[in-house]
Design a protein. Structure first.
Length: 225
């Protein structure tokens, strides 16, 4: 699935039901995640990723066209407010989904590392779509649910179909093939690397906005000789 991230242009975070502060995990800290509910690990990877960072999300999952979440982070000691738009992946919403892409600062293309089909969709479905509607927006590819690589029953089912979980190396290759600026993996269940995903996204978004600003400035000048 595609998660579009927008830098909040205001100095203060937008008041929203789905607003939370994302802090770096403390060493030896608890791994429990209030925003996730048991027995729902079949959910789309983008839903698991966004739910893992906010305890205010509903405790049951109903497919929607989009879900908006505002997250507050600290980048180099300064507050950064990200609006996260988790878009619906169903084919029925193919015409509506691009409406949430304009002005995106960075795009997360998420896949389930235990689903080869989800992995293939990065190149076959999501990359063509975002490259059409957001040609200059930086992309980060995110492999989700990494804890399930060690799920013996799941791996056994995959091998019955002559399949294997997607490796980190294959994820890196996919990221390179779509021109992504980074490849990251995370486990929402174990709360591993979730903070790093959004930290990287925020830094990429800030860098992208700065480049776009100076590009507009230089394009506005005319040299006469």
């Amino acid at each position: 699935e595609v998660v579009a991230l927008h830098l909040n242009p205001t100095s203060q975070p937008t008041t929203s039901r789905n607003y939370c502060t994302l802090q770096a995990p403390k060493e030896g800290g608890a791994t429990g995640i209030p925003g996730l509910w048991p027995g729902q690990w079949h959910l789309p990877p983008s839903v698991v990723l966004t739910a893992s960072i906010c305890p205010l999300l509903p405790q049951s999952y109903t497919p929607t066209v989009f879900e908006r979440l505002t997250v507050n982070l600290q980048i180099k000691g300064k507050p950064v407010h990200l609006q996260i738009w988790d878009t619906a992946g169903q084919v029925d919403y193919d015409r509506l989904r691009p409406l949430f892409y304009p002005d995106a600062s960075v795009l997360l293309l998420c896949f389930d590392v235990t689903s080869p089909h989800s992995f293939d969709n990065i190149f076959n479905r999501w990359y063509p779509e975002v490259s059409h509607f957001c040609k200059e927006v930086p992309i980060i590819v995110v492999g989700c649910k990494t804890d399930l690589r060690k799920d013996r029953s799941l791996v056994k089912k995959l091998r019955k179909n002559r399949l294997e979980p997607v490796t980190y190396h294959r994820g890196q290759e996919m990221a390179r093939s779509v021109g992504a600026v980074a490849y990251l993996e995370c486990s929402a269940l174990l709360h591993e690397n979730v903070h790093a995903v959004f930290q990287e996204a925020a830094e990429v978004a800030l860098s992208s906005r700065s480049r776009n600003f100076w590009r507009r400035i230089t394009q506005s000048f005319c040299v006469v000789t």
